[in-house]
Design a protein. Sequence first.
Length: 152
Amino acid sequence: MITKERIYDLLAEYLKDTDYEVAELSVSPSNDILIEVDRLQGVDMDFCAALNHRLTEALGDEDYSLEVGSVSLTAPFKTRLQYEKHLGHAVEVLTKEGKKLHGQLVSVDEETFAVDVEMMVAVEGKKRKQKEIQTITFRYRDVKHTKYEIKL
C-alpha cells in the first residue's frame, strides 16, 4: 500500500547523505505521487531521474503515477532552505492581514526572516513623505506566503 509516510521514509533514506531536502510531498487517493526536492545549489535533473528510478524500484508493481522534480521558481516558499537560497533576492511577502510587501530578503533564522522594504515615511520638517528603506522582520507563521520575485 502506498502512503505518504512510506514515501517519506523512502525519501529520508535516499536523501540522508545528500544536501537535498523534500520541499513538497503529496499522495492523492488515486496514488498520484508528487515530490519536489530542493537544495541551495539548485536541483540537478539527473538526480531527480535517479531518485525517480529508486522509488519506482521500491514501489514495485503497485498502481501509481510518480513525478519527481524541483520546486517551481514562482511557487510560494515551503521550507527555510528556500528562504536561505533566496537571500539577497527580491521577494513578495503576503501577510495574514492581506498586506503585500515587496523588498529584498536580508536575513533568515529558525523563527523569522527579514526583508528590506522601500517605504514612504513622514520626515520631521518636510512637507512630503520621503522614500526610506526599512527592515521588517516576520515570523514564518505570520505570513500567508513569500515568493521569489522575478525582476526584468
